[in-house]
Write a protein that binds this ligand. Structure first.
Ligand code: PLP
Length: 405
């Protein structure tokens, strides 16, 4: 009997020792991350999204959220979401194809298709999940993907998963993209780009890309994660603003930024959506979107048409901020919208300035590799409808003080 008691304990002890040894290399890697100033502590946020944020018990003015229209903490979305949860439950219970697809998902799909003026839409658990599985099921080993160097990680991962020949063109360099598309043989071609780039705030030359897709008979996928809700007469995004909707085969967006909810979506022709229902693995093999999040997104889409003044004010405030920083010689690259980077090159400088800004009462995240390439660390100012012109002015004074001294 004694042996029977002892042996499991010994097994646990030796397993733990082995486990620690097998994970030792992680500690070495983490040491390198720390010594390169790339370690990222997770701060605990208190309360809902608003113009201020409380991180680790410190209240700061919030320039570090993608809640561009101020809807994430809006009581109308919260009420819609509570109602959605009451009617359909806290979870969807199953993947969409089994029994998870509910009336709220059906309604959200229709609302998105109506906003984007497309035939059908499909809701994913996140924008990340949408990109990884859509790109990887539209292309395979005999195909060519031509992708902008600044595309989001979810696009990069989707390209990797596809097994296709992936060629990266320099940021927004359409001539280079054309060269690749015209010189490399492939069964099918896919051009992939963000519309508004998430870190440097630049906008893709969408009209030229649409023309290139047409000339090279390529499929075009545009990720509007940071543009949905913010551009165009109806607020559907930069595709609408550029007037190229008829050239974009695959329109990706998220519900998690300007729409204040959570989840990703794809919108387009019925054939595309039908195909994705049978091939997009993160849609097929993951539990459907939480009903409450769908309800909140539906409410946000309704508000887009009722409150266009929100996106107008955001664009105006962003223009004033960019102009002021530029006039003081602050390097904001070619930023054109509500994401305003302040390039400071090294991770050390980014952390230093971000800490100084915290002392002045502002939260502006320091963005470092691997989120951006080595040598281009930056402070990412993310503007929201909730910021006042006075607050933005105070932030810009602080930035000018620390960056230009
Ligand atoms: C361009 C782009 N696409 C996709 C995503 C992922 O979206 P989600 O946060 O809904 O997963 C992001 C997230 O920041 C993004 O910037």
């Amino acid at each position: 009997m004694a042996c029977q008691h002892e042996s499991p304990q010994r097994l646990v002890a030796s397993t733990n020792q082995h486990l620690l040894e097998s994970l030792h290399w992680l500690e070495e890697d983490l040491d390198t991350i720390r010594s390169d100033d790339l370690f990222r502590p997770v701060r605990v946020r208190l309360g809902r999204q608003s113009g201020t944020v409380t991180l680790n018990d410190l209240e700061l003015i919030n320039f570090g959220s993608n809640d561009y229209l101020g809807y994430a903490g809006d009581s109308r979305l919260i009420k819609a979401s509570s109602k959605g949860a009451c009617s359909e439950g806290a979870g969807a219970g199953a993947s969409p194809l089994v029994s998870g697809h509910s009336t709220l998902h059906e309604s959200l799909g229709k609302n998105l298709s109506s906003l984007l003026d497309t035939e059908e839409s499909l809701i994913f658990p996140s924008g990340y999940a949408a990109n990884t599985s859509i790109i990887s099921c539209l292309t395979g080993p005999h195909d060519l993907i031509v992708s902008d160097a600044h595309n989001h990680a979810s696009i990069i991962d989707g390209c990797r998963l596809s097994g296709a020949n992936v060629q990266i063109y320099p940021h927004r360099d359409i001539t280079a993209a054309a060269r690749l598309l015209k010189s490399i043989p492939a069964r099918r071609r896919l051009i992939v780009t963000d519309s508004l780039f998430s870190m440097d705030g630049t906008i893709a030359p969408l009209a030229d890309i649409a023309q290139l897709a047409h000339d090279t008979k390529s499929m075009l996928l545009v990720d509007e994660a940071h543009a949905t809700g913010l551009f165009g007469i109806h607020g559907s995004g930069l595709i609408e603003e550029a007037g190229i909707a008829s050239s974009v085969a695959v329109r990706i967006g998220t519900l998690s930024k300007a729409l204040g909810s959570s989840g990703g979506f794809v919108s387009g022709h019925r054939t595309l959506i039908d195909f994705l229902r049978h091939r997009a693995r993160s849609w097929m093999f993951s539990t459907a979107h939480p009903p409450a999040s769908s309800a909140a997104a539906i409410q946000a889409i309704t508000l887009l048409s009722e409150e266009p003044f929100r996106r107008k004010k955001l664009a105006e405030n962003a223009g004033v901020l960019r102009q002021k920083l530029l006039s003081h010689g602050v390097d904001i690259g070619d930023a054109e919208a509500h994401i305003v980077p302040v390039f400071v090159k090294t991770p050390q400088r980014a952390i230093q300035i971000a800490s100084s800004l915290v002392r002045d009462g502002f939260f502006v995240p320091a963005i470092r590799p691997p989120s951006v390439p080595k040598g281009s660390s930056l402070l990412r100012i993310s503007l929201s409808y909730l910021h006042t012109q006075d607050t933005i002015d105070s932030l810009s004074n602080s930035i000018i003080k620390y960056v230009c001294m």
